[in-house]
Design a protein around this ligand. Structure first.
Ligand SMILES: [Zn+2]
Length: 453
């Protein structure tokens, strides 16, 4: 009798253990990282935008973890992608504009050799690695292709890019390869970047219906910059409308990609991360485009994560693009890597959101004064070392960063400045690598985008 009871009990316990095991989903096999160039978070419905730019994403985001306070490490493509791919801050991966020196303006630092990339790490686990990239700053010469077995790069320029529909076609083609195993795939959309010229039926939806020639004239970055500098009247509503049309086009194509992933069964086995490398300014702080400041219109990016074990919902903890690398390792149940400054967001993906006490750094401005910022929620300091200018904002009460409170809360500003100083010393301790002179075609594309003269 006693023995029988014990057997029953043992069976129950084993059953319970198996039951709890079967409740925990297996880790995702594959990873899809979607990066939408130049997409500021607050122009998506899921981040509160009133104009219906993102019906597909708004719906899909209901099934994922939406990070409300995600920040890029830089306001332009190359340093930001360096952080995405290495999990490190710009000073450590070094991909970005080289300041100073006779060759300033044409030479760039590539991503440092010897710094492990996410693609290398995942390739070492036997996964296929691929990337579909569309920005001249994502040319393999800048080191960003390291670890990818296939790197499908088209260096778009202002007038000719691979559009979102073609990007999705290329993505599906890559995924359909006959012997495709588990994989890591990066899908990069370039459309919201200048030139704003969404195709029909989005063209003219919000940017007013004007003919192509006039549009191109308006979109030409260099004369436009000149006009802004000279204080000329600019039709910001038109520019914002035309930008939003591009977002809506990408949104439609992401919906198409999503359904294809669903139908093929890929989605159920994958971790999907969607983010942006930086935002875009429309006169929020008297400027246009990106690369020039560290205000939120340029560094606050969308971040949504889906996958097995991800609890849908909103997350308020401040997070950074450097967190994606350790998060992917954690979600795939791979060993963590030493020395990465970011945090694994896996506890947040499971719904548990412990507050993160941390300071997020952004830097490597592309134009004008070099700037650095440090954010310890909700306070963000922006510092210009050359002029010694300090600004402090409370993002909780002043999300638009209108009221500089550095003089009122100098204690907070000083503390954040000390952290920036420590970061700068760390940066200086890392030797400068050789700069890269891009080939003539890349230079031409960068000129056309207005990045260099
Ligand atoms: Zn970019």
């Amino acid at each position: 009798m006693k023995r029988r009871l014990l057997v029953v009990l043992a069976a129950l316990l084993v059953g319970a253990a198996l039951g709890s095991l079967s409740c925990a989903p297996a880790p995702p096999r594959s990873v899809i990282l979607i990066v939408i160039d130049t997409l500021r978070a607050d122009h998506l419905g899921l981040y509160g935008y009133q104009r219906p730019t993102s019906p597909e994403l708004d719906a899909i985001a209901q099934q994922g973890a939406v990070f409300e306070n995600a920040f890029a490490t830089s306001p332009w493509t190359l340093p930001s992608f360096g952080s995405l791919f290495t999990g490190r801050l710009p000073a450590e991966h070094r991909a970005g504009w080289r300041s100073g020196g006779a060759d300033e303006g044409r030479s760039f630092l590539p991503m440092r050799d010897g710094v492990a990339t996410l693609a290398e790490t995942l390739a070492a686990t036997g996964r296929d690695t691929g990337a579909i990239m569309n920005n001249a700053f994502l040319h393999p010469d800048f080191g960003v292709a390291r670890g990818f077995q296939t790197y499908d790069h088209i260096g778009g320029n202002r007038r000719k890019i691979r559009r979102a529909d073609e990007v999705v076609d290329s993505t599906l083609e890559w995924l359909r390869k006959e012997d495709r195993g588990d994989f890591f795939l990066v899908v990069h959309f370039f459309d919201p970047h200048l030139n704003y010229d969404a195709p029909e039926p989005f063209r003219g939806r919000w940017g007013a219906d004007i003919d192509a020639e006039e549009r191109n004239e308006l979109m030409d970055l260099r004369p436009l910059r000149q006009r802004i500098r000279q204080g000329e009247e600019i039709d910001w509503d038109f520019l914002v409308g035309a930008y939003d049309e591009e977002i809506a086009f990408v949104d439609q194509e992401i919906g198409r990609l999503w359904r294809a992933l669903q139908d093929s069964g890929t989605l159920a086995e994958s971790l999907v991360v969607l983010t942006a490398d930086h935002g875009e300014e429309f006169n929020d702080h008297d400027g246009f485009e990106h690369g020039h400041t560290l205000f939120d219109e340029l560094v606050r990016v969308p971040l949504v994560v889906w996958g097995p074990g991800v609890e849908p919902g909103r997350r308020t903890a401040p997070v950074s693009l450097i967190d994606i690398y350790p998060t992917v390792l954690g979600a795939l149940a791979l060993p963590a890597q030493d020395g990465l400054p970011g945090r694994s967001l896996v506890p947040h993906l499971k719904g548990d959101s412990p507050p993160l006490s941390r300071t997020l750094i952004a830097e490597r401005t592309l134009y004008g004064q070099h700037r650095e910022s440090a954010l310890a929620w909700p306070y963000k300091v922006i510092f210009e070392p050359q002029r010694g200018e300090v600004m402090l904002f409370d993002l909780e009460s002043d999300a638009a960063e209108r009221q500089d409170i550095a003089h009122l809360r100098s204690d907070i500003a000083d503390d954040l400045l000390a952290q920036l100083e420590a970061y700068r010393q760390h940066a200086e301790s890392i030797a400068l690598e050789e700069a890269v002179e891009p080939d003539e075609k890349t230079l031409e594309n960068l000129r056309s985008l207005g990045y260099i003269q």
